[in-house]
Design a protein around this ligand. Structure first.
Ligand SMILES: Nc1ncnc2c1ncn2[C@@H]1O[C@H](COP(=O)(O)OP(=O)(O)OP(=O)(O)O)[C@@H](O)[C@H]1O
Length: 697
């Protein structure tokens, strides 16, 4: 039975066609799929570079490009206007890489035109870029006999970069790794990250495109039956549903992990996508019963986004019923309400602080201090007795307390929590702690598997809840997070909470969201200190990169806010005039005051604005609310001295230097998170003196 595969390029071009042509593509493909084993509908092109390439007629003016391996494998490569399709066919050749085993395509005619220029440059410069690498090493890394003579001409990295779209991807990646100073062994490790499997060269059949396609799931995938073709076309607008990076695929579809597993990686590297595919993998094991998988995260807006992504990815309703998508506060609320027979109520922040002020008044302690001590020390460490509290370390909590002071704090906390209990008033952290305690006590394990997204910011009580939701064992927990995006004050060591991920932690390094220009700039905002991961190991972003390119971020300074916001309105208007949809523009500020002023200024220019996650119009909100979202264009405003970092959030450097350093890093991370929400364009502005976190221009 012949097989049909679709290339990522085909689907991404299809997604951009207008509706009428898309419909013609649908019809042509369905017709082709019915009869392709007879080779019908395909036309040979006499001057094709690659004799296996055919065209598929879509309309008078559009052609699909198809590679036919004998009569049994067809690969839909791309879809283009007639003349471009023929130019493509005259220039491209397909092959199987002798070292990597993957499918590759090269632009032979572009390479031929480029070679004389390289020869001229090489004649003038005896030193070559890869003089220090032997032919044998280049060949071992996948550079083939056709590329080798051209590669030997290269004198600079800039010329290598110019060949990015001409050379096969795997060969180009290996050369970039070598050019960056890696040894051949290190370059191989880099290249191997992109392979689903390493194959011995003598097991690679250079004529077997079918096997090569199977080894290239980030590039092309086989379609299963007519429904498969339709669901593939439906996924053209969300390519992540079909084309996973080999590393994403290896993690998401690994048959099982013998305990908690974790995926980390910089912003936009596809951690959420990997977690969603893991959910698809886990749910496919079950056919009935209550939901076996919980997909959770820490806010309501984020879980709404996850829910709609699950609906896109898991199309079978029965399989979808195997997963609950809900944030941890909600899960905790349900557990506690079930146990108590009534739902906990949550007072507003002001009423809560008043209640705690009252409990602290006689002892000279402020409500804000007591509340923080309760949540960040007592609930975080699950301290249940005065003795345990007196003995506990209070890392990151400012000046030391004497034993007597601690006793006094403990009594005030008891009094305040008693008042809260009488009035059925709770905090979210407290509900999580109570839910964890209930589940541990009753042994009620609600799920077989818990998948957690944006895990870097969870309070320890929420980790205890997660731990208690599934019994320890194979595939119990799957955790996705990035310690560089930690924006709240919860530094958690998973091991200390009984969650051991060592040896089962994997890191993604390719950004699918932002351009390299945005990443390189944003990484400088983070500063030099490495982050500590949830697994207690140091985490750096050294190998974090993007294959996407665009303009460098724009940074503009103004003498006052009014002028800054005038410029913002002008910038937003420009984006809209360029065709960017209002909902694809995100604007963030450190405080509500800044974002409210920005929204008011945009409204003066009749630019519609709404909340970050829901709209309508241009999305405006605080930096904290940007977490997990993404936009084509992002403007971060008010990035100035005194606001970023926000002074009220930073502990005194003399009284508590550790807490001070953590606070500063958190503020850096917050700016990093906001900036890395941008896919194509990033605009940053300030009034007065710039924030010390902004990279020097
Ligand atoms: N394999 C893929 N193919 C195509 N697009 C992808 C792929 N993986 C991720 N993406 C896209 O890249 C963007 C970022 O992905 P995702 O949100 O999963 O990253 P993340 O690591 O969770 O990001 P962050 O930590 O910044 O929230 C999304 O638009 C997603 O659809």
């Amino acid at each position: 039975m012949p097989q049909l595969a679709i290339d990522k390029d085909f689907l991404s071009r299809y997604a951009k066609l207008d509706k009428r042509i898309q419909k013609a593509v649908d019809d042509a493909l369905h017709k082709f799929a019915e009869v392709y084993y007879a080779g019908g509908h395909l036309e040979k092109v006499t001057d094709a570079r690659d004799p296996r390439v055919r065209t598929l007629r879509i309309t008078l003016n559009y052609r699909g490009v198809v590679v036919a391996q004998s009569e049994d494998t067809y690969l839909l490569v791309t879809v283009l206007p007639h003349d471009e399709a023929y130019a493509y066919i005259r220039s491209r050749r397909f092959s199987v890489n002798h070292a990597l085993g993957v499918l590759e395509v090269r632009d032979e005619s572009a390479l031929e035109s480029f070679t004389p220029a390289l020869e001229e440059l090489a004649a003038a410069d005896p030193a070559r870029l890869f003089d220090h690498i032997s032919d044998a090493d280049l060949i071992r890394l996948g550079v083939d006999a056709e590329s080798l003579p051209i590669v030997r001409l290269l004198t600079s990295e800039a010329h290598l970069e110019a060949m990015a779209k001409m050379l096969p991807g795997g060969q180009y990646d290996a050369l970039v790794a070598l050019a960056s100073g890696m040894t051949p062994e290190e370059a191989w490790a880099e290249v191997a990250k992109n392979l689903v499997e390493e194959v011995a060269p003598d097991h690679i059949d250079l004529d077997d495109l079918t096997a090569a396609i199977r080894r290239s799931p980030g590039q092309a995938v086989f379609v299963e039956g007519p429904e498969g073709l339709q669901s593939m076309l439906d996924a053209a607008f969300d390519l992540w549903r079909v084309f996973l990076h080999p590393l994403q695929r290896r993690i998401a579809y690994r048959p099982s992990f013998n305990g908690p597993a974790m995926v980390t990686g910089g912003a936009g590297t596809g951690k959420t996508v990997t977690a969603l595919h893991r959910v698809a993998h886990l749910t496919s094991r079950y056919e009935s019963g209550p939901p076996q998988v919980l997909l959770t995260t820490f806010t309501r807006t984020l879980d709404a986004a996850l829910r709609s992504q699950v609906e896109l990815l898991i199309t079978d309703p029965a399989q979808r019923e195997r997963v609950d998508v809900r944030n941890l506060d909600r899960v905790a609320y349900e557990v506690v309400s079930h146990e108590c027979g009534a739902g906990p109520a949550f007072p507003n922040a002001r009423d809560l602080e008043d209640l705690w002020d009252e409990a602290g008044a006689e002892r000279g302690l402020s409500g804000a201090f007591l509340l923080a001590e309760w949540e960040q020390v007592i609930l975080a460490q699950d301290l249940r007795t005065e003795r345990a509290y007196v003995d506990a370390a209070r890392r990151g909590r400012g000046s030391r307390l004497s034993v007597d002071q601690k006793r006094s704090v403990w009594r005030a906390v008891l009094e305040a929590t008693k008042h809260m209990a009488t009035a059925n008033q709770w905090t979210f952290t407290q509900v999580a702690a109570a839910a964890a305690e209930i589940l541990e006590r009753t042994g009620d394990r609600r799920y077989e598997h818990v998948v957690v997204d944006e895990a870097q910011d969870l309070h320890p009580a929420k980790w205890r809840l997660i731990r208690a939701l599934a019994a320890e064992g194979t595939d119990d927990l799957f955790i996705a997070g990035d310690p560089h995006q930690r924006i709240y004050d919860h530094r958690v060591s998973l091991a200390s909470l009984g969650v051991h991920v060592r040896g089962r932690s994997r890191k993604l390094t390719v950004s699918y969201r932002s351009t390299q220009e945005i990443l390189s700039w944003a990484v400088q905002v983070l500063g030099a200190a490495p982050a500590t991961g949830l697994d207690d190991l140091e985490d750096s972003l050294d190998t974090y990169s993007s294959p996407l390119h665009g303009r460098r971020p724009t940074v503009r300074g103004f003498s006052e806010r009014a002028a800054e916001l005038d410029a913002l309105a002008e910038q937003v208007r420009k984006w809209i005039d360029q065709g960017v949809e209002a909902g694809s523009i995100g604007i963030a500020g450190r405080s509500r005051k800044v974002t409210e002023a920005a929204a008011a200024r945009l409204k003066e220019d009749a630019i519609d604005c709404g909340a970050l996650a829901t709209g309508p119009g241009v999305r405006v909100g605080t930096m904290h609310a940007m977490k997990g979202l993404e936009f084509r264009c992002v403007a971060v405003v008010g990035v100035e001295h005194g606001i970023v970092p926000h002074e009220s959030q930073i502990a005194d450097s003399i009284e508590d230097p550790t807490s001070h350093a953590h606070g500063l890093q958190r503020e850096r991370n917050l700016l990093f998170v906001s900036c890395t929400r941008a896919r194509d364009t990033l605009y940053v502005s300030y009034s007065g003196a710039p924030s010390p976190f902004l990279p020097a221009q």
